[in-house]
Write a protein that binds this ligand. Structure first.
Ligand code: SF4
Length: 1017
C-alpha cells in the first residue's frame, strides 16, 4: 500500500471533476503515478501532475522573454564553469590550479546551482565565512562571472525563472477553486518551496508513513506532511529499521527473500532466473539498483536474452560505443598520441573501421601499428608506418622470396599505406597548439564532431541514440563562443560532455522489465521488486564534506544549504521511504566477491536489516546472515531447467557429473572432445602428437635437404625449443604482436643492440678504408654519428619522457666510447670483415666478403647444410688465420658460457667459423679460423670475451647430426627449461604446465635424438 497513491485515489473519488494539481519532481514520476491509478481501478480526470518548473515557466518565462532574456542551456553548466574558471587568474587561485581535475567543473556547477536556487548572490558570500580569503575571492568572482555571462548573453537560468515566477501570482494556472498537493518527502530547493507555498487553491498535505526508528531529515521537517502508521501485513518493508517492532505486532508470512552471489554478473543472472521462475510478465517486475553499473548490467543481460527493458536513469553515454570512443580519443591525445593506447582503441571495437569503408579492419590496423613499433607523438605514425611500408615494398620486390611471400608482402604494402593515410589524417584533424600552447575550443569541437560522425561505430539502437544525443550535447559547447585554451583543457570539455550525459532514460512501460536506482523504485507499484547491489560502501556514499563548500561555510551562508550529514540522512531516508510504500515481494541481494578486483565484498547494513526483518529477530549478526544464505549463487544455475540460455543449461548439466557429463558433452561437441583428449595425452608420460611428435614433418623440414637454407640462429633456436621451430618453420605460425612499449624504456634490447652494431661497423669500416686501426681521434666523429642515429630514432619512435631519452642516450654514448677505447688499444687483430652477410639478398650491401648465396657446410656422412647469416666481424690474427667475433650488447653471466655447444644452442662460433673459411677463400689461400669469440662489448658486459677454439669438424658434425635427427624424426618437443619460455612469443600456444609435462616425457624412447643433442655441452 502506498499512502500517497491512496490519497490521490480518494481525491479523485471525492472530487471527480475538480482540477487537482500534484507537484512532482519529474514528469516520469507523474505519468507513472497516473498510469498506476488507472491500472489499480481509479478513473480520473483533471488530475494534473506538474513539476514546479512547469509552473515557473508559465508564470515567469513570458516576462523574461519580453525583456529579451532567453533560457540558458542548463546542460552546459559544468562546461561553462570550466570556461569561467579558466578565465580566472591562476596565480593565488584556490580552485583554478585544480581546473584539470576531472570532476572539478561538475562540483563547482553543483554548488553554484545550489547557491542560486537558495537565493544566495555573490554579495551574500561574506569574507568572514571563509577561512581562506583566496577561496572567498574566487567563489565570488566565479559566481559574479556566471551572472555576468547570463547578462551579457541575455540568458536566464532556472533560478531566474523561479524568481520571476513568484512575482506574477496572477499568471498561475492553479486557480482558487482548485486543489493541490505534492509528492511527500521531496527535497524541494528553497526557490521551489517558495513557489509551491505561494499557490492559491485548497492545499492537501501529502500523506506518508511514519518510519519506525528513523528520524525525518532536518531539511524535510518544514514540509507539512500527514504521517500515518504502517501496517506490517501490507507494508512489511516499512519496518526495515525496526524488525523487532514488526515481529511484536503480528505473526506474518514474510514476503522477503534474500541471496548473495559470487559476482555482480552472477547476481543479475540469478535475478533473471528468479524472474523466469515466478512466471509473471516482465511488467510486474522492477529491479532497484544500488549503482548505475548495476543498471547497465541489467540492460546488457536483458539485451542478451532479448527481454524488453526500460531504465529509470538511462545509460551513461560513456558506456555506449560512441561514448567510449570519444573518451578513448581524449585519452589518446592526453597520452601524447600513444600508439599502444590507439591499438587498444582499435581492438575495442568502438571505432567504425571496416574493410568496405577504409579498406582494412580495425584488427589489421592494430597489428600493423604493433609491427611498426610506433611509439608516441603525432609524428610517430607517419614515420613508423612509412618505415614498415618500405620494408614490405622491398620484400615484395625480393626475387629470392617465394611467390607466396611476395604476394603477401604486396597486399601488406597496400594495407599499410591505407592505414598510414587514415591515421595520419585522424591525427591531423586534431588541432596542434599554437606557440602559446593553446588551441581554439571551437576547432576541437569541430574535430570531435567529425570524429563522432565518421569514426565511431554503432552496434545497436542505444548506440544510435547515444551518438545523436552526444552530437547535440557537444554542439552545445558552441554557446561558449570563441575561446582558446590548452589542448588538454579543451579535452576536459569533451570528456565532461560524455560523462554527464545519460541516454534512453525511460519510465516503467507495459510489457517491459524496469530497472532503476533505489530512490526511484516503487512508483509503478509492481508486484515483484528486486533490490540488487547491496554491498557495503555502494548503497550510500560516505559522509565526506562537499569539495567546494565545507559544512561550516555552508551553515554560515544559509540554513537551507545541504550539509554532509544531510546528504547521508536524505539519501537513506529517500530509499527507506520508497521501500516503506512498496507492497511487493522483495528480494534483497548483494555480491560477496568483486570479480574485477579479485577481492571479497561485504553486505551493507540494509541487507542485514532486511535479513533481520525477514527472520523477525533484530539481534542477528552479519555472520549469521552469511551462514543462512549458504553457497553464493553463481552464473551456473542450481537446476538446469532454471537456466536462461543453452550455455547455462549445458554448464549445469556437466558441472559435477564427472566423466559422464564429459562423455555427453563430447558427443555433441567434437572439438571439445578433441581438446579433452589432447590435454589428457599431454599429461601422460608418453611423447605424443599432442606434444610435438610429428614424424611426417621431418622430411619437409630436413635441414640437409638440397634447397633448404636455415640461418644459424634458426638452428640454435631449434635446439632450444624444437616445438617453437615446428610452429614457426613447419606450420608458418606467426605470433600476433601484442607487445606494449614500456614508457620507462625507450630502446628495447633488440633495437639498442642493432644500433650499436651499426655504429661499431661504421667505425671499423672507416678505419679499414683508411688502412689503419681505430684510434681515440675517431672519438668526435663517432660520437657525432651515434648522436645523429639517436636523434633519428627519437624522431621515428620518440621516448616517453625527456628523462628516459637523456638517461638512455647517455648510456648508449658511454658504450660507444668504451668500444672505441677497447678498439684503440687492440694491437693483436685487424678487422677484415664487418657485418658480413651471406645467403640473403645483399641490396646495397658492399661489404667485400658478403655474398647472397648460402654457404654449404659439408661435414661428411651426408651432413651437409646450406646456411645463411651475418657474421658480426672477422678479425685477422695471422697471415691467413682469423677469428670470428659475435657482439653481445647485454650483460655477462659466466655460468651460461661454460662448454662449447650448450646442448646445440650455441653454434655460431662453429658454423660461422666454417662459413667464414668459405667466404675468405675468395681473397686468401688456405684461410683458417682458429676460434670464435663472443665479445660482451658494453659496460653491462664488462668487455668480457669468451673465446672458444674452433671445434674439430667431427665434433660439429656430431652435434648437427643429432639436431638433424631430431628434426627429421619429428621430435618437436616443447622445452623442459622454464627460462627458455620467458621471452617466447609463442607462449600463448603452450600454457602453464608445458615445462613440467615436457620434462616428464624425456625418458620416452621416441626422444633419443633430443636426449643425445642435450648431452653436447
Ligand atoms: S613457450 Fe616455451 S615451450 Fe612454448 S614454444 Fe615457447 S619456448 Fe617453446
Amino acid at each position: 500500500m502506498d499512502t500517497f497513491v491512496d490519497q490521490l485515489k480518494s481525491l479523485c473519488v471525492v472530487y471527480p471533476t475538480r482540477a487537482k494539481w500534484v507537484f512532482v519532481p519529474t514528469h516520469a514520476i507523474g505519468r507513472t503515478l497516473g498510469e498506476r491509478l488507472v491500472l489499480e481501478g481509479t478513473d480520473w480526470v483533471n488530475l494534473r501532475f506538474v513539476t514546479p518548473l512547469d509552473l515557473a515557466l508559465r508564470m515567469g518565462a513570458p516576462f523574461l522573454v519580453e525583456r529579451g532574456i532567453h533560457p540558458s542551456e542548463e546542460g552546459l553548466g559544468p562546461a561553462l564553469m570550466m570556461r569561467l574558471l579558466l578565465d580566472l587568474p591562476q596565480e593565488r587561485g584556490y580552485f583554478r590550479p585544480l581546473a584539470d581535475h576531472p570532476t572539478m567543473a561538475q562540483a563547482l556547477w553543483t554548488t553554484v546551482c545550489e547557491l542560486r536556487m537558495a537565493g544566495v548572490r555573490p554579495e551574500a558570500l561574506k569574507p568572514e565565512v571563509f577561512p581562506s580569503p583566496a577561496k572567498h575571492a574566487e567563489l565570488v568572482a566565479l559566481l559574479s562571472a556566471y551572472e555576468h555571462f547570463l547578462d551579457q548573453h541575455n540568458r536566464g537560468d532556472i533560478a531566474a525563472v523561479y524568481e520571476e515566477a513568484v512575482k506574477h501570482p496572477d499568471w498561475c494556472p492553479i486557480q482558487a477553486q482548485d486543489c493541490w498537493t505534492e509528492l511527500p518527502d521531496t527535497n524541494w530547493s528553497p526557490l521551489q518551496s517558495l513557489l509551491i507555498d505561494s499557490m492559491r487553491g485548497e492545499r492537501f498535505h501529502p500523506r506518508a508513513f511514519e518510519l519506525f526508528g528513523v528520524r525525518v531529515p532536518r531539511r524535510l521537517m518544514s514540509r507539512k506532511t500527514e504521517r500515518l502508521m504502517a501496517d506490517v501485513t501490507t507494508n512489511e518493508l516499512a519496518f526495515v529499521m525496526s524488525p523487532a517492532s514488526a515481529s511484536a505486532r503480528t505473526s506474518r508470512k514474510s514476503k522477503i527473500a534474500l541471496f548473495h552471489a559470487g559476482g555482480r554478473e552472477a547476481e543479475i543472472e540469478e535475478v533473471f532466473r528468479r524472474i523466469l521462475a515466478t512466471g509473471v510478465s516482465l511488467d510486474q517486475v522492477e529491479i532497484a539498483c544500488a549503482s548505475d553499473a548495476h543498471v547497465a548490467l541489467v540492460w546488457e543481460k536483458a539485451l542478451r536474452h532479448n527481454w524488453p527493458v526500460t531504465l529509470g536513469p538511462g545509460i551513461s553515454a560513456a558506456f555506449t560505443r560512441p561514448g567510449r570512443a570519444l573518451i578513448g580519443l581524449c585519452d589518446w591525445v592526453e597520452t601524447d598520441f600513444s600508439a599502444s593506447h590507439f591499438r587498444r582503441l582499435l581492438q575495442s571495437g568502438d571505432l567504425g573501421v571496416s574493410e568496405e569503408g577504409e579498406g582494412f579492419t580495425a584488427g589489421q590496423a592494430a597489428r600493423l601499428l604493433g609491427r611498426a613499433e610506433a611509439g608516441w607523438g603525432r609524428a610517430t605514425y607517419g614515420l613508423a608506418l612509412g618505415r614498415l611500408h618500405k620494408s614490405y615494398e622491398s620484400r615484395a620486390a625480393d626475387q629470392d622470396a617465394s611467390d607466396e611471400d611476395r604476394a603477401d608482402a604486396l597486399v601488406k604494402v597496400e594495407v599499410t599505406a591505407r592505414v598510414r593515410n587514415w591515421i595520419t589524417a585522424l591525427v591531423a584533424s586534431l588541432p596542434e597548439p599554437a606557440p602559446d600552447g593553446k588551441v581554439p575550443l571551437q576547432t576541437v569541437v569541430s574535430a570531435v564532431l567529425d570524429f563522432l560522425e565518421r569514426t565511431t561505430t554503432r552496434g545497436n539502437a542505444l548506440d544510435y541514440r547515444a551518438a545523436a544525443a552526444l552530437q547535440d550535447y557537444v554542439v552545445e559547447l558552441r554557446a561558449l563562443g570563441a575561446f582558446s585554451c590548452a589542448l588538454s583543457e579543451s579535452l576536459r570539455f569533451i570528456r565532461e560532455r560524455v560523462q554527464s550525459l545519460y541516454v534512453a532514460a525511460e519510465r516503467p512501460r507495459p510489457g517491459h522489465l524496469y530497472a532503476c536506482r533505489l530512490s526511484q523504485s516503487g512508483y509503478a507499484g509492481r508486484a515483484h521488486l528486486f533490490i540488487v547491489g547491496l554491498e557495503e560502501g555502494r548503497v550510500f556514499s560516505s559522509s565526506t564534506e562537499d569539495a567546494v563548500l565545507l559544512d561550516d561555510e555552508r551553515g554560515r551562508i544559509s540554513a537551507d544549504l545541504r550539509l554532509s550529514t544531510d546528504r547521508i540522512d536524505e539519501a537513506v531516508y529517500a530509499v527507506l521511504m520508497r521501500l516503506a510504500v512498496s507492497a511487493a515481494s522483495a528480494t534483497f541481494s548483494y555480491s560477496c566477491r568483486d570479480t574485477r578486483e579479485f577481492r571479497e565484498t561485504y553486505a551493507s547494513w540494509l541487507m542485514l536489516q532486511a535479513f533481520r526483518l525477514h527472520r523477525g529477530d533484530a539481534t542477528l549478526s552479519y555472520n549469521q546472515m552469511k551462514a543462512t544464505l549458504g553457497e553464493p549463487k553463481s552464473a551456473v544455475p542450481e537446476d538446469r531447467n532454471a537456466a536462461l540460455s543453452s550455455g547455462g543449461w549445458w554448464l549445469r548439466s556437466v558441472v559435477g557429473t564427472g566423466d559422464e557429463g564429459i562423455k555427453v558433452l563430447s558427443s555433441a561437441f567434437t572439438g571439445v572432445a578433441h581438446g579433452w583428449t589432447a590435454e589428457g595425452r599431454r599429461e601422460s608420460a608418453e611423447f605424443t602428437e599432442f606434444d610435438g611428435y610429428v614424424p611426417d614433418a621431418g622430411p619437409v623440414l630436413d635441414p640437409c635437404a638440397p634447397k633448404t637454407v636455415f640461418s644459424v640462429t634458426e638452428l640454435e633456436k631449434a635446439a632450444e625449443c624444437p616445438f617453437r621451430f615446428f610452429l614457426k618453420c613447419g606450420l608458418g605460425v606467426r605470433p600476433v604482436d601484442e607487445r606494449e612499449r614500456d614508457k620507462d624504456i625507450w630502446l628495447d634490447p633488440l633495437t639498442r643492440g642493432s644500433e650499436l652494431h651499426e655504429v661499431y661497423a661504421a667505425l671499423l669500416r672507416r678505419a679499414r678504408d683508411e688502412n689503419r686501426r681505430p684510434n681515440i681521434d675517431d672519438g668526435a666523429w663517432l660520437i657525432a654519428l651515434a648522436k645523429e642515429r639517436l636523434e633519428k630514432l627519437n624522431e621515428e619512435m620518440p621516448a616517453a619522457t625527456v628523462q628516459v631519452l637523456e638517461g638512455e642516450s647517455k648510456d648508449f654514448l658511454a658504450d660507444v666510447e668504451l668500444f672505441l677505447e677497447a678498439e684503440s688499444s687492440n694491437l693483436t687483430s685487424t678487422p677484415t670483415g664487418v657485418e658480413v652477410s651471406f645467403g640473403r639478398p645483399l641490396d646495397n650491401d658492399s661489404e667485400p666478403l658478403a655474398r647472397s648465396e648460402a654457404v654449404e657446410v659439408d661435414l661428411g656422412n651426408g651432413i651437409r647444410f646450406q646456411i645463411a647469416g651475418r657474421i658480426d666481424r672477422i678479425d685477422q690474427v695471422g697471415a691467413a688465420s682469423f677469428k670470428v667475433l659475435d657482439y653481445k650488447t647485454g650483460g655477462f653471466w659466466p655460468d651460461k658460457w661454460q662448454g662449447s655447444f650448450n646442448r646445440g644452442r650455441r653454434l655460431q662460433h662453429a658454423l660461422y667459423g666454417l662459413a667464414a673459411v668459405e667466404l675468405l677463400k675468395a681473397r686468401y689461400t688456405n684461410p683458417e679460423v682458429t676460434a670464435g669469440v663472443y665479445y660482451f662489448s658494453s659496460r653491462k658486459g664488462r668487455q668480457e670475451r669468451v673465446t672458444i677454439p674452433a671445434p674439430a669438424k667431427a665434433a660439429i658434425a656430431a652435434v648437427l647430426a643429432d639436431l638433424r635427427d631430431l628434426i627429421i624424426n619429428g621430435q618437436f618437443i616443447r622445452t623442459p627449461d622454464e627460462d627458455d619460455c620467458t621471452f617466447c612469443d609463442y607462449i600463448a600456444a603452450c600454457g602453464g604446465k608445458v615445462n613440467r609435462q615436457a620434462a616428464e616425457k624425456l625418458p620416452d624412447s621416441k626422444l633419443g635424438a633430443y636426449r643425445r643433442l642435450a648431452a653436447h655441452v
